[in-house]
Design a protein around this ligand. Structure first.
Ligand code: AMP
Length: 404
């Protein structure tokens, strides 16, 4: 079965075409700057060079049509016909409390995604555009949605409720939802397989540290607590997001600096984190480089970032009464040996011993970076959210075919 995986943003759209027989990627690419006369479409059939085209693409339906044209292109295509695509899987950021697993798209599902626009105003509207664009181009092909929040729906109420008036939860659904769930679920599953232990007997802390960053306490295979909250702003310090701060800073700053709600939101989401403290960049590579030249602000930014992550790992060890393994994933987690070393060197009280050489080894592969005698295993596991979306889509569509 061939499955197209789509991650639609407001002005961009990423795609991967999977052959599920061997879970291989046949082609991938993205369309950027949708809505402009100079949109960029990049298309990469596996094993061949990337093709880039700059052209007018004013909305998502056209973007999907152009992608489909490339997939069946005479020389560069990987399909004989569009009809070979049997299903499309979409990433959807917010599933609220309605979705604790992936579902096949129908009218009710679309309505529910729309109802959740309030909770994810930057993401859900774009995902719905993507779903409609596929519908317009391939009206008979079933679609599946995979939610970033779904994995975290197992959190107990003590983890997901905030200590604020209950009316806010009852009336407005103010609670912790958590994000990056597809990634936390994938790396937990891989960690158990690599450790050769049943997932439902493990206490894991999974650290998805990329541009956005979150860590999750995964207890017996289920999300028990996670650092992101009602929105992806809470928790760890990130590239441009503050993570946890005293909520009183918001009204105080609004008063002192005469900021609007929009401005304070923008300050905390786009002008905080590594960027604000270093004054250099939100990119960990540039922070580490600047530290090498003795830059004090970059060093402070790194120290704060590492300290806040380490505190969460400690908190989750307490939450689960122990940890069997810590997993690092995503851009920084997979690539920054400096960050992993800084975190692990100060977790020796847990009986954790870092294998410094394994940690430094550059490789895009799954690997253990703790010593044989370490009481807590530490793993680097590259995430693969697209594969999870393809698998869930495959599963749901196969079940449907079986029923029919
Ligand atoms: P992601 O959101 O998972 O794509 O992660 C993107 C982030 O990963 C970038 O902003 C970088 O800060 C970080 N990153 C990528 N490569 C490296 C590296 N070699 N060392 C440190 N950070 C890296």
């Amino acid at each position: 079965m061939k499955i197209l995986v789509i991650n639609a943003g407001s002005s961009s759209l990423k795609f991967q075409l999977y052959e599920m027989e061997n879970e291989s990627v046949l082609a991938k690419g993205k369309v950027e700057r949708i809505g402009m006369d100079s949109a960029i479409l990049s298309y990469e059939p596996t094993g061949k060079n990337e093709i880039r085209q700059v052209e007018e693409i004013l909305e998502h339906t056209t973007a999907i049509r152009k992608v489909l044209d490339w997939l069946v292109h005479k020389e560069e295509g990987v399909l004989g016909s569009i009809k070979e695509i049997q299903a499309v899987g979409h990433r959807v950021v917010h599933g609220g409390e309605s979705f604790s697993s992936s579902v096949v798209v129908d009218e009710d599902v679309k309505q529910e995604i729309k109802r959740l626009f309030d909770l994810a105003p930057l993401h859900n509207p774009a995902h719905l555009l993507g779903i409609h664009a596929v519908e317009a181009n391939m009206p008979d092909v079933p679609q599946v949605v995979v939610f970033d929040t779904a994995f975290h729906q197992t959190m107990p109420s003590q983890s997901y409720l905030y200590p604020v008036p209950m009316v806010l939860y009852k009336k407005h659904k103010v609670r912790r939802y958590g994000f990056h769930g597809t990634s936390h679920a994938y790396v937990s599953d891989r960690a158990a397989k690599l450790m050769q232990r049943p997932l439902d007997e493990l206490k894991l802390v999974t650290c998805h540290i990329g541009n956005g960053a979150s860590c999750t306490a995964v207890l017996n295979g289920k999300s028990y607590d996670t650092s992101m909250g009602m929105t992806p702003l809470e928790g760890l310090m990130m590239g441009t997001r503050s993570g946890d701060i005293d909520p009183a800073i918001v009204p105080y700053t609004m008063g002192k600096e005469e900021l609007t709600i929009g401005e304070v939101n923008s300050m905390l989401n786009k002008h905080s984190g590594l960027m604000a403290i270093s004054g250099i960049s939100s990119d960990m590579r540039e922070i580490v480089q600047a530290m090498g030249t003795g830059d004090r602000s970059a060093t402070l930014a790194f120290e704060m970032y590492e300290y806040r992550l380490r505190k969460y790992i400690g908190a989750y060890a307490a939450a689960m009464n122990g940890i069997d393994a810590i997993v690092f994933t995503a851009g920084v987690g997979e690539n920054s040996a400096d960050l992993r070393a800084a975190v692990c060197r100060k977790l020796t009280f847990l009986g954790l011993e870092l294998d410094e050489e394994a940690n430094e080894r550059r490789s895009g592969e799954e690997r253990r970076i703790s010593t044989d005698s370490s009481k807590v295993q530490v793993w680097v596991i590259p995430t693969n959210e697209e594969l999870v979306i393809a698998r869930d889509t495959h599963q749901l569509i196969s079940d449907r075919i079986d029923v029919v």
